[in-house]
Design a protein around this ligand. Sequence first.
Ligand code: FA5
Length: 340
Amino acid sequence: MLDQLNTLKEKALCELNELTEVTQLPEWHRQYLSKKGELTQFLKQLGQLSAEERPAVGKAANEVKQALKEHFDAYQENLQEAKLNQALESDEIDISLPGRRYHRGRLHISTQMLRRINEIFSQMGFQVYDAPEVESDEYNFQLLNIPAYHPARDMWDTFWINDQVVLRTHTSPGQIRAMKEYYPKPIRVILPGKVYRYEQITPRSEHQFYQVEGLAVGHNIKMTDLIGVMAEFAHKLYGSTRKIRIRGSYFPFTEPSIEIDMDCILCKGNGCRVCKHTGWLEVGGAGMVHPVVLKNGGYDPDEWSGFAFGLGVERPAMLKHGINDIRSFYSNDLDFLQQF
Ligand code: FA5
């Protein structure tokens, strides 16, 4: 039996040495070292031996098993290493080459503008208030003094989610939310965020854009406070020599309503293509908060007054950087975006 054992060992080692791929190893292992392998089968025959022979053959069999295991482990390691070396050579990884440079990200031009606007208003004591982009008809229109079927609804082409829910057409519904939350305290907030309009896209108009709403509610707030805040904003954003012009306008949620213009930063008021030869550029809409809106927010209009304004973000950025097409903001053209 010892001879048989030696023959088995030699055969197993001989076959192991002929293997060239790691993938061939499991088959060899199954054949010799698994529970159903030849060595285990051999060990099962030990029972047939006499009590004197059994210890010596048993010891020899265990030594062979151990030797085969050690050879197998060493051989497996060698083949794996050889495989790795081959892969390294064929892939030709040159670890001394410098790494690839990652492009640094940057803030989108709208985000930069939004942050600048937030900064200017925060210096004037306004806090940022967040309001949802998906709004109810009630907040987007009704509580802002625009009842169902009111012709003023035509001022905002609307994306309807269903009969009662819209993508907000302006940041003004946030006024009501802020009033309901702050009542009965005085308010000085700005509400920056995305708005959506079912509009024709043109070089000046997008169907999604940012606005920054402003709202101040207090006991003695006047139109001159609004004009002062708007003038300060224009001076901080575009330079201290900017002039402000006020025009009468109409918004259902402000009374009186105004439109704020600033002298054209390109032609300094002389008239050019950008200001359509008027010498003036639109900054935003504003006015004194309508008594109905104050009441809807919970504030008694006999005791409280307030002003509100709504500014675009992309259009001021276009002016500041001389961009002539608003569509560039959302076309994801890196050549455009990387300039800012
Ligand atoms: C409003 O949306 C009012 N809610 C603003 C307001 C708030 C008035 C509070 C009074 C009190 P308007 O539709 O004019 O108003 O939009 C305000 C600003 O958003 C515009 O001055 C302009 O800068 C920007 N804007 C309007 N439509 C577009 C558009 N399609 N694409 C890009 N910017 C736009």
